[in-house]
Structures are given as C-alpha cells and as structure tokens.
Design a protein around this ligand. Sequence first.
Ligand code: GLP
Length: 275
Amino acid sequence: MRLVIQPDYDHLARWTAHYIARKIELARPSAEKPFVLGLPTGSSPMGVYSELIALYKLGRVSFRNVKTFNMDEYVGLAPDHPQSYHYFMWSNFFSHIDIRQENVNILNGLAEDLKEECALYEAKIINAGGIDLFLGGVGVDGHIAFNEPGSSLVSRTRDKELNYDTRVVNSRFFDYDVNKVPKRALTVGVGTVMDAREVIVVVNGLNKARALHQMVEGGISQMWTASAIQMHPRAMVVCDEAATYELKVGTFKHFVDIEQDNLDLASIWESDLRW
Ligand code: GLP
C-alpha cells in the first residue's frame, strides 16, 4: 500500500484530482473503451471534485469517455432528495463537467427489488470491463462505502443496515436529526472495491486518525473494513498530516521518505503512474 502524506486538505485534494486526471489522460479513453471510475460521496472527496472541475474548465481533462459507478445510496431517498447521493453527485460534480448522463451509474435506493438492483449493478460493472480506479473515503469507524464494521471482506453489492454511530455522524446533513437519516443503504461490497484495478482512499482530519492507523498499521479486519485494501496490489491512501496523528513516528517517516519525489503536482504529469 502507498501512503501519500500531504500537508493539508487542499494539497490532498489537488494532488488526488491531478492524479485522477493524469490516469484518464494516460488511458486515452474512447466511447468504445471508456475509463471506468468508482466514486464516493461525503465531505472527503468534495475538494477532489472541485479541483477536477477546475481542471476540466482549464481543458486539462475530459470526462466525455469516462464511465462512473458510485459506491452507495440511501434506501428510500428519491434522486431529487437533497441528501440523496444522486443529488450530491449531480450538484457537486457531474453537472459541472462533460460527462454523458448515460455513463453515470448510481444505485437506485427506491428500487422495488433491492436485491435485484444490487445484482444488476454488479453485472453492469462487469459489462463495463471492471473499474479502473475506485476512489473512496473512510468513515470514522473505518468503513469503506457503507461496509460497516463486521461486513464481510469479500462482500458484494447489497443492502446494509447502517449502525447508529454512522447515522449520528451523517446526521450533520439531516439537520442534525439522527431520526431523519435513513436506516439502510445500498452499497458496493468490500469485494467489489477490491476488484478494481486500482484503489485510492482519501483520509483527512484528526477525526480519521484512528481509522488511518488501523488501515495502515493494524491488521486486516472486518471491524475496520477499509483495512482490506492492504491486500490490494495497487492501493494508495492519500491523507493530510492531521490524519496521521495516531501513526508511529517510524511509519510516518518511512512513507515521507519513500514518497518524497512524488508529492508535487509536476511529478504526476511527468510520470506514467505505473507502480
Ligand atoms: C459515509 C459514506 C462513505 C464515506 C464516509 C465518510 O457514510 N457512505 O462512502 O466515505 O461516510 O464520509 P466523510 O467523507 O463525509 O467523512
């Protein structure tokens, strides 16, 4: 696993966005062979989306031949509900770039048959040729997508009950009223994320320090589902310094040392990003 430590959230977001833009450029995607991107919601990727929009407006990246699959969606929220992940993605990202609507895939939390919806989603990912790059965030309790503690590390897309802590954390988007936060969500599985050819998880802020410690220094555990990426051949965590506060000094120094030539934006555009 790579760990790229940036001084603060702005640097983290910019670096990750440039990395993704460069990956898209290197893939030379076409309508027949689009670049397939897995995407998260939440506050962690917000700056990454803003920077990707800025790069698009500068003509440095196009999403014309990019296909996306979102990680998760609340059960019971209509796409036009302001807290639905459909709404989040369109208002914060998709409506500002040149992506084709038919290339956007988000689970339907209103589907009559949720099991069928999840099975179809997995099939759609396979039909798209698999996910080239899955971007993710992590919950305070170490969950990736909505794979709460105790989720199987080989799980596939399914509907999951959200635990109380996650609903409390997410209540900030629901007038701080935990009762307004849906109790269930559709989510890709840990196994779905692990099947991607590359995984990037962005982790920022002091409140994520324990999760980062478990992901990087802890063992692989169903109680910290993001730790599964330790088993991925091309997984990278991009974090800010605040998130590293629970890491050992030796761990911090090790990653600062081995990544020292890769931390600036120029190095991304000069590299073929093969590692
Ligand atoms: C949510 C989402 C996750 C997200 C995580 C962290 O519950 N389902 O995909 O990564 O929590 O959210 P945030 O980035 O807002 O801290």
